[in-house]
Design a protein around this ligand. Structure first.
Ligand code: HEM
Length: 370
């Protein structure tokens, strides 16, 4: 079992191989004092460093007459590769804290996309916190304690838990499947390829503002799946929707999962093997500058009271150097023509500038708040 160091050049949880579970939370600040925001990030940094190492927040010497410093449900548990990744949303740079001049241009509000059905309860936030771990109780514990440490300064705005198949199912190493039954993540860029991560994910020292150097921009979309409709569609329709075979994950017209997309190949009827409206064709990008690093999780949140149907889907998360050049053009193409739109609807959306990592003795967000 691995422990992932909290203090590092980059924040963990971005190019870290995806853990089994996520507890995502967006917070809104209730304070209007920048000094209190700074103190919050100092407290959060210290607590995050402890919890990712499997230690309780606040130490072991609790007083009988006071509430315990740590909520306790992770006592004795291994941290299970916990990572805690912090970012700030566009709203942090409004008039409250005088940070307007420090707002990165790349942190431009996302445009409205055709077909969006965004609900305010799953959108935005001054701060985004992504907690991932191979154990849901451990992840929940971390988020709960961060929330507790924010009392009086920030409140939860929205949260979403997510999952994928775990190591226990014996499928380790294989690409996980999403709730539509398809392998999801096949064509993701290689997280071990440093050059690719510099090109796609990490804000470079040559870019502005300096406080984001080594950081990354996170787009979060809560995408509901119309599961019941999907489950009544035929296998060939499903495969045409993604442009890949369900069983092998191979692109249509190819053999193996990791074969490149043969975008020019024709089927027996002379039609493109990968339909023009297939998700992978449209998402593939118009060149290397349009790539993103996806780090999504499935979610299931009970039933939609209005329809009686499952509220389940994909908590889509991607990282990139500049959403305006990466996520936005891809999503604009998908919103227009993706056949997948028959089966999904985007109901939540948020964007966060995720800081570079903190060094020991420093704290997350230092470059922005000092
Ligand atoms: C590829 C599912 C939304 C971007 C894929 C694949 C699947 C999939 C099954 C093929 C396997 C793979 O390469 O990972 C879904 C589902 C979605 C969704 C179920 C919504 C519920 C999105 C969104 C974006 C996106 C919103 C970005 C705007 C991509 C990209 C690829 C991809 C870049 C790789 C394309 C390639 O180069 O081959 N997706 N996706 N997806 N998806 Fe999605």
């Amino acid at each position: 079992k691995q422990v992932i160091p909290f203090y590092d050049t980059h924040q963990a949880g971005i190019v870290t191989p995806a853990q089994d579970f996520i507890c995502f939370a967006a917070f809104d600040l209730t304070t209007v004092k920048l000094s209190e925001v700074r103190d919050l990030f100092r407290r959060w940094t210290e607590a995050a460093a402890k919890m990712t190492a499997g230690q309780p927040v606040g130490g072991e010497d609790d007083q009988p007459s006071l509430p315990p410093a740590d909520t306790g449900e992770a006592a004795g548990l291994h941290p299970c590769r916990t990572t805690i990744t912090f970012g700030v949303g566009p709203s942090l740079f409004d008039s409250r804290f005088g940070l307007g001049a420090k707002r990165p241009e790349a942190l431009a509000d996302l445009p409205r996309f055709g077909g969006d059905s965004l609900r305010p309860e799953w959108c935005g936030g001054d701060i985004g916190v992504q907690v991932c771990a191979d154990d849901l109780q451990v992840a929940f514990h971390a988020l709960r304690n961060l929330t507790r440490l924010a009392r009086g300064v920030a409140v939860l705005r929205w949260t979403q838990e997510g999952f994928q198949r775990t190591g226990g199912s014996g499928s380790a190493g294989e690409t996980p499947r999403n709730l539509m039954g398809f392998k999801d993540g096949t064509a993701n860029p290689d997280i071990h390829d440093k050059q690719a991560m510099n090109d796609i994910v990490w804000v470079q020292p040559s870019e502005q503002p300096a406080w984001m150097s080594g950081g990354s921009y996170m787009v979060v979309r809560r995408i509901r799946m119309r599961i019941e409709v999907w489950d009544r569609s035929t296998l060939s329709d499903q495969e045409a929707t993604f442009g890949r075979y369900r069983s092998s994950g191979a692109p249509l017209g190819a053999k193996n999962e990791f074969d490149p997309l043969a975008l020019d190949a024709k089927d027996e009827a002379g039609q493109p093997a990968i339909p023009l409206t297939a998700h992978v064709r449209l998402a593939h990008g118009e060149g290397p500058s349009e790539k993103i690093l996806r780090r999504s999780y499935s979610y299931s949140s009970g039933i939609d009271r209005q329809t009686g149907q499952l509220d389940a889907g994909l908590l889509f998360i991607c990282y990139q150097r500049d959403p305006r050049a990466q996520f936005v053009p891809i999503q604009q193409r998908l919103a227009k023509r993706d056949k997948l739109n028959e089966y999904i609807v985007h109901v939540g959306s948020a964007l966060f500038a995720c800081f570079p990592g903190a060094r020991q003795g420093g704290y997350i967000g230092e470059g922005l708040f000092e």
